[in-house]
Design a protein around this ligand. Structure first.
Ligand SMILES: [Zn+2]
Length: 103
């Protein structure tokens, strides 16, 4: 077991993406990390859970606060919610895109 340099979602193994927080919330960090995979089981399950328990069309994504590593659900109301806040923030080492093979 190694601690991942680039955090991944424990539910779907996708890399977490940084997104800007709405400034009204008052977290310490400027951005959090979340799993924006639309097929993430955590997120897919969220839709069903919210609908059957609360009769609302909403779900939540796996989210981590990079300052303390704590995970918490990020409520979303549509597939595109929060996606316009995704930013390019380097967390640990940025992995290099290998574009070596020319066509
Ligand atoms: Zn995920």
């Amino acid at each position: 077991m190694t601690t991942a340099e680039h955090p991944v979602c424990p539910h779907c193994d996708q890399e977490l993406q940084a997104f800007e927080l709405p400034d009204s919330i008052g977290f310490e960090s400027e951005f959090h990390l979340a799993c924006f995979n639309d097929e993430c089981p955590y997120y897919v399950r969220g839709w069903k859970h919210m609908e059957s328990n609360y009769a609302v069309k909403a779900s939540y994504r796996y989210r981590v606060d990079p300052t303390n590593g704590k995970a918490s659900p990020l409520a979303v109301w549509s597939e595109d919610a929060i996606k316009d806040r995704i930013i390019e923030a380097s967390v640990g080492e940025s992995d290099q895109q290998d574009n070596g093979g020319c066509p």
